[in-house]
Design a protein around this ligand. Sequence first.
Ligand code: GDP
Length: 365
Amino acid sequence: ALTAGIVGLPNVGKSTLFNAITKAGAEMANYPFATIEPNVGMVEVPDKRLARIDELIPAKKLVHTTFEFTDIAGIVKGASKGEGLGNKFLENIRQVDAIVHVVRSFDDENITHVANKVAPLEDIDTINLELILADLDSVNKRYERVKKVARTKDKAAVAEFNVLEKIKPVLEAGKSVRSIEFTPEETKIVKGLFLLTSKPVLYVANISEDDMANPEQSKYYQEVKQFAESEGAQALAISARTEEEIAELDDEERQFFLEDLGVEESGLDRLIRASYKLLGLATFFTAGGKETRAWTFKQGMKAPQVAGVIHSDFERGFIRAETMSFDDLDKYGSIQAVREAGRLRLEGKDYEVQDGDIIEFRFNV
Ligand code: GDP
């Protein structure tokens, strides 16, 4: 499964946020996993469409799809020099598919900051610099090797060499690879380099409780947001401490609490959804009968592969996918009405599944 890793300097609120995630996960009604690693937090992906589908095609139970966060503990400074824990930190980041970078954006004299001041941009730099140096190291090694092969006019080597030539000066200037624009062909090559700073990132400004009702007013958040934009990345404002408190409430209490604050959705829910998108994940549904259920697939997957998300037999014996979009069901009100409108589709093995598709798979056993 794809996972997003939570990173950040010490004392910025990572554990607090991770606690909120684990608490929310522990509340999950249909928790399908007996044991998971202590540093992995499983959450449900909030999706209002599920309840609407259940209204129109009633089922005995509703099952949300789930998704994982990994807590990456870590000493950061000097990590790229490959000393002990630092090495492990980089190794852990290498394993995740996206990065959630938590940045301290609250004032509190009682909570020590490692650099003795609250300065979001400097914090971001400290971490990113380690990742950039680690990438520069990989790129330099690769550069020398590929340079030799490229002299033989080997096509693949020349293409890779050109990409490395594009990346190297950017890293040397202290910038992340994700800030570079690549052509689709170049992107494929970049993927193969497994660089840390090319992973998608979401910057999370951990703002104070007081700023929660109006995050845009936080100057720290504004700084983080501007930086994120400069990299083509996204930023989110969250109060980790508040989220930890909210995660302990039951649904009704939580609703009251959020209304009181004047926000529609908890920060955790926003974080989950943003991370899900960041990973390139999307949702399809199965409906009716015993359960109405949301499932996760990777954008771009074709129908048989998506069937395999449910069961490998479905992929092997795939015949077709009877498909309607959530929007059509919502609009026409029943499967029958969708069918009569000519909007129920029979899709074959080349169909690229879309977010919101409601599918019934036909397969040979
Ligand atoms: P980590 O080292 O990044 O995992 O940071 P922790 O989650 O352990 O948080 C460090 C300290 O900051 C703890 O005492 C938290 O209670 C506190 N903290 C976390 N988030 C907030 C916040 O939004 N506001 C305030 N005032 N303190 C917070």
